[in-house]
Design a protein around this ligand. Sequence first.
Ligand code: ADP
Ligand code: ZN
Length: 436
Amino acid sequence: MIWNQKRECMPRKELQAFQLEGLKWTVGRVYESVTFYRAKMDAIGLKPKHIKTLADVKHLPFMTKQDFRDNYPFNNFAVPKEKLVRIHASSGTTGKPTVVGYTAADLEMWTELMARIVCQAGVRPEDTAQIAFSYGLFTGAFGLHYGLERLGCAVVPIGGGNTEKQLMLMEDFGTTVLISTPSYALYLAERAAELGIDIQKRLKLRVGLFGSEPWTEEMRQQIQDRLHILATDNYGMSELIGPGVAGECESMAGMHIAEDHFLAETIDSESGEPLPCGAEGELVFTSLDKEALPVIRYRTKDISVLDDSPCACGRTHARMRKILGRSDDMLIIRGINIFPSQIEAVLLSTPGVGPHYQINVWRKNYLDDLEVLVEFTDDSMLDNYKKLDLLTTQLKERLHNVLGINVKLRLVEPHSIERTTLGKAKRVFDHRNDPK
Ligand code: ADP
Ligand code: ZN
């Protein structure tokens, strides 16, 4: 089932013409109404009329998270505040949050887009969908909520946390669709096992839409095996709209980008130069039809690869590969670039250790140390030093092969690493700049 055949299966030539219209409209509006961005364009002598083809997007200055901070709360909006019908904000772990606003037309666009996203993941009107994202300033829960309702599902807006109740309602309501972060999905499976709930027998879960934090294929496999669902990946961010920027179809061969609403590019993170389709780089998006908060060449810091080859599902929109990591998550340890996802992939494909882990980076005598904590799964290991030692050596070797450096590995007892039940999992702790 394709939610909007006309839009999602548009021949690429037609799609590009449609995108160009949107690009011109957006640049014109931003130049007229967003002071900080107009100043950026004026500084390089660029006028909206200079944008004649899609390729001209590369002449436009970037937007970054800093621009949102500098224009806090509403100065980067292109409409007067009276036109807003919703305001969200990102978690903003440091300083002021990033504020985003929606007009009525923006909310309608988002709702339609989310209906498309859930539909392409395989959700159907007869499904019952449980939303285990926290409702609030975070865009995730509301975005999915309205999209699922538009599709015609029965939505259970339980929100984040409350794991035992989640499991009870899942069973009692016959929930078939789960919406959560991937780390919470694993935690749900773990709690179910602890409570003696046979997921396959007592729950009816079928499809999961997961996202909002990075996760590897190995993590996907574990979620699928433990929860007995199809675990799809979905990508978005509040600055662009929230969830809905891209999502997997049932072919599970990359996430289709909503190219009728967003123009996607990849760039070299260091030089800012555009990269060809197929090359790994930082994702950059330009909105094509947003009213309240148009964004131009927003640098996401997320690293991925674009693919515009045809997909088996018939949709023509390009796909992006699973996020490899964020450029600001990349750890440089003794000169070597390491993404936490590389470590996750090794841990989750090694039998005998659990999916929960923590990465610490320390600096001692000017040398960086990478420490990985992971739980062993078999309680009896506690009394078997030989087995523990063997597993440690084996894991260290595998990590060394993949990362190219030695890591300090600590196998810890089951359940000793803190689980994240609300919001995004935090697994990396870089102590190099901690006050002494
Ligand atoms: P913030 O994290 O700044 O509060 P958001 O909640 O909007 O803002 O999060 C957006 C970020 O979350 C993205 O830039 C990306 O790093 C991450 N993210 C979202 N979905 C995914 C996904 N499916 N895979 C990997 N990372 C994701
Ligand atoms: Zn597809």
